[in-house]
Design a protein around this ligand. Structure first.
Ligand SMILES: [Zn+2]
Length: 97
C-alpha cells in the first residue's frame, strides 16, 4: 500500500516497468496544460502554467483588453474588423442622407 499522502484520487498514477521487470506505480500531481487563445487555439504568451489557485492574478493575465483569453494577433484582427464595420455603417448613413 502507498504511503498515506498518496492515497487520494487527486494524485495521478502511472504504471512503470522497472529494469528488474517489476511493475511499479508512480504517483504525481496533475499539471494543467498551457492556456490557449479562445479564437485560434494557439498557446498564450506571458501566462504561467500552474493551477490558478497557486498563481497571482498578474501571472494569469496580460494587461490588455481580453488579455489571458485571446491572443494579441486575434484581438488586433477583431478590433480592426469592428472599426471597419463601424466605418462602413457611418459611410452608408452619410450617403443615404
Ligand atoms: Zn488567437
Amino acid at each position: 500500500m502507498p504511503r498515506r499522502a498518496l492515497r487520494t484520487r487527486s494524485r495521478k498514477r502511472k504504471k512503470v516497468r522497472t529494469p528488474g521487470g517489476r511493475l511499479a506505480i508512480h504517483y504525481f500531481d496533475e499539471r494543467p496544460g498551457a492556456p490557449s487563445c479562445g479564437l485560434c487555439g494557439k498557446p498564450l504568451h506571458g501566462i504561467r502554467v500552474e493551477k490558478p489557485s497557486k498563481t497571482s492574478k498578474s501571472e494569469r493575465t496580460v494587461s490588455r483588453a481580453y488579455g489571458g483569453t485571446v491572443c494579441a494577433s486575434c484581438l488586433r484582427e477583431a478590433l480592426v474588423d469592428a472599426a471597419y464595420n463601424l466605418w462602413t455603417v457611418q459611410e452608408t448613413q452619410k450617403n443615404e442622407s
